[in-house]
Design a protein around this ligand. Structure first.
Ligand code: UT7
Length: 323
């Protein structure tokens, strides 16, 4: 018998404030046309003043619990993927644990920037298959609007805020690829590329800092590495691209999403795309896309999904799961 980490519920939360590309034309020297054609982004959501990453994560978690028909007291562990925790510590995960009224179990953050949700899912799966937790809430929650340098048009138009969450539950599987749940994972990082995408602040500077990115270079790595990690994860599960129903990619740039699908020899009809509405929400983008993809009727029980993401570090990876 094989223990599998099966998706029991999914949910998301997006802050109310929607900012269209045209709204940004008044802020920096940009155009709706440039943003749309270079990135595929049309609008993004921004948090309200006083609204925190933990607030967003809590609302997404509550939606996922409702979808699963479970309560916070049914959960053994919370893992939050975020690079925008509201405080150096405590973790966003413990803040969300408190807000949910969950008084047992454990909670911690995972920081792998835009690849964070893939890293968090892999950690959750490890806890489940080794019997350390039966039900794990895996959350991606970000407020990247707070890391923007509003004078840098090369970055400030690309990012948005939001949160998504999954409830994973231990279920018995047969050990075959017909099982529901996580079938394989693949994680990578290479710190030689730390200067391509980083925040120029933190405890060493006494300031939060701003996001800095060599967009073209990150783009080049993304196109190469995302298809590769997806293929590696599929090979670990003894599957190929031909078995995939949905690619659920990190939503950074439609051109990266298209190039990755092409390298995987899959048509865009098999890709869940939300980048036009959310922008790049870093670690929140995959759970947001899973939740929206399900709500749209795209993702159905039994579908084979591959998620893939890359971000600062560089860190990148993929997860193969049957919904
Ligand atoms: O989630 C983590 C991973 N992050 C990513 O995957 C992001 C990867 N990178 C990208 O998505 C793309 O590289 C960008 C969307 C950031 C940029 O697209 P690009 O096609 O690589 O454009 P570029 O950086 O080469 O810029 C082309 C031109 C430049 O002008 P010149 O030097 O050619 O005259 C920029 O100054 O576009 C200019 N530009 C802008 N123009 C209008 C840069 N930002 C803007 C802007 N509006 N917002």
């Amino acid at each position: 018998m094989t223990i599998r980490s099966v998706v029991k519920g999914v949910g998301h939360y997006l802050p109310d404030r929607v900012v269209a590309n045209a709204d940004l034309e008044t802020l920096v020297d940009t155009t709706d046309e440039w943003i749309k054609s270079r990135s595929g982004i049309e609008r993004r959501h921004y948090v309200a003043e006083g609204q925190t990453t933990a607030d967003l994560g809590t609302l997404a978690a509550q939606a996922a619990l409702t979808d699963a028909g479970l309560q916070a007291s049914d959960i053994d562990a919370i893992i939050v993927a975020t690079s925008t925790a509201d405080f150096t510590f405590p973790s966003a995960a413990t803040m969300i644990q408190g807000a949910l009224g969950m008084t047992r179990g454990f909670a911690f953050d995972v920081q792998a920037v835009c690849a964070g949700f893939v890293f968090a899912l892999t950690n959750a799966n490890a806890l489940i298959v080794t019997g350390q937790a039966k039900r794990v809430l895996v959350i991606g929650a970000e407020t990247f609007s707070r890391l923007m340098d509003w004078s840098d048009r090369g970055t400030c138009v690309l990012f948005g805020d939001g949160a998504g969450a999954l409830v994973l539950e231990a279920q018995d599987g047969t050990g075959t690829t017909a099982d529901r749940g996580i079938l394989a994972t693949d994680l990578n990082s290479d710190g030689r590329y730390r200067d391509l995408l980083y925040v120029d602040g933190g405890t060493s500077t006494g300031k939060t800092g701003y996001l800095r990115m060599e967009g073209k270079e990150v783009f080049r790595h993304a196109v190469e590495k995302l298809a590769e990690t997806a293929h590696t994860a599929l090979a670990k599960a003894e599957l190929t691209s031909a078995d995939v129903d949905w690619i659920v990619p990190h939503q950074a740039n439609i051109r990266i999403i298209e190039a990755t699908a092409k390298r995987m020899q899959l048509p865009m009809e098999r890709v869940v795309v939300t980048v036009q509405d959310h922008g790049n929400t870093s670690a929140a983008s995959i759970p947001l896309a899973l939740s929206v993809g399900k709500a749209r009727g795209q993702i159905k029980p039994g579908d084979l999904l591959v998620t893939e993401a890359i971000g600062g570090g560089l860190a990148w990876g993929a997860v193969v799961l049957r919904w």
